[in-house]
Design a protein around this ligand. Structure first.
Ligand code: SF4
Ligand code: SF4
Ligand code: SF4
Length: 248
């Protein structure tokens, strides 16, 4: 059986997600044995317009990105968004909070009209995304699990429960007890509560779960004398492009 052809592409982002794929270490050899990588922005110079699976890092921030994404979507049978920038728009969406013209002016001054920039959006704003490997960066094992599942015809298992569940399973003391804030009640698990376990509040880099229990987050906040507005800045870090569920 021929190996599925895979293209790894990068849009607006830091390149860290592609680096995670390159850093798969012992899993990299298995990964390369299982698929035929025909495009990889950060790793190879060869290029092909024949691939079945596209792994896409980064958000769409220019007209050029958009043209390239539409080209990829016409070729790939399966699109996997890799990392927060691709899945939710990620940090790049902070630009939108200023308004496009103001953001361009702040960065490029009187050269702003030379710049091909559009409002930043996650890739599913333009094309159908089949699977999401979330996080900033995503966990390496999740990227591999998604691709491996597709190869054997299984649906990848992506957690759809909150970070609080992983955090409590680990026996952590809730960060609110230390006067910190955390989006664990609405953020999607799968990182093994990476941040709360290091005494750092979850900023929902994996986005939020499909049906977040907004009241649980609000109840938690009010128990500690906080409101949604008090913590909104943190939530915007990775999710400014998505509707803000907490404001419902
Ligand atoms: S999701 Fe994070 S690691 Fe990946 S490209 Fe964006 S900023 Fe970089
Ligand atoms: S709110 Fe944060 S620190 Fe508290 S239990 Fe949930 S994930 Fe853990
Ligand atoms: S704890 Fe939250 S911010 Fe940290 S890696 Fe997990 S989802 Fe991302």
């Amino acid at each position: 059986m021929s190996k599925p052809k895979v293209g790894v592409f990068g849009f607006a982002g830091c390149g860290g997600c592609q680096l995670e794929i390159l850093n798969l270490e012992e899993q990299l050899v298995d990964f390369i044995k299982a698929v035929d990588i025909v495009n990889f922005t950060e790793a190879i110079t060869e290029h092909s317009d024949t691939y079945e699976i596209a792994l896409i890092e980064g958000s769409v921030s220019t007209n050029h990105d958009l043209e390239k994404l539409e080209h990829i979507s016409k070729i790939a049978k399966i699109i996997i968004a890799v990392g927060a920038c691709a899945c939710t728009g990620g940090l790049n969406c902070l630009k939108n909070l200023y308004g496009l013209e103001k953001a361009k002016e702040l960065v490029y001054g009187d050269k702003k009209d030379w710049i091909d920039a559009i409002e930043t959006k996650p890739i599913d704003a333009y094309v159908k995304v089949d699977y999401y490997a979330r996080g900033c960066p995503p966990t390496r094992s999740e990227i591999v699990d998604i691709v491996k599942s597709l190869i054997v015809g299984k649906k990848p298992e992506i957690p759809n429960y909150p970070v609080c569940i992983e955090c409590k399973r680990l026996g952590n003391t809730c960060l609110y007890e230390y006067g910190l804030s955390c989006f664990g009640p609405v953020a999607r698990a799968g990182c093994n509560a990476r941040c709360p376990s290091s005494k750092s509040g979850c900023e929902a880099c994996r986005g939020y779960i499909d049906q977040p229990n907004i009241n649980a987050q609000k109840d938690l906040l009010s128990r500690y004398g906080l409101t949604v507005e008090d913590i909104m800045e943190g939530f915007n870090l990775y999710n400014a492009c998505k509707n803000n569920v907490l404001k419902k």
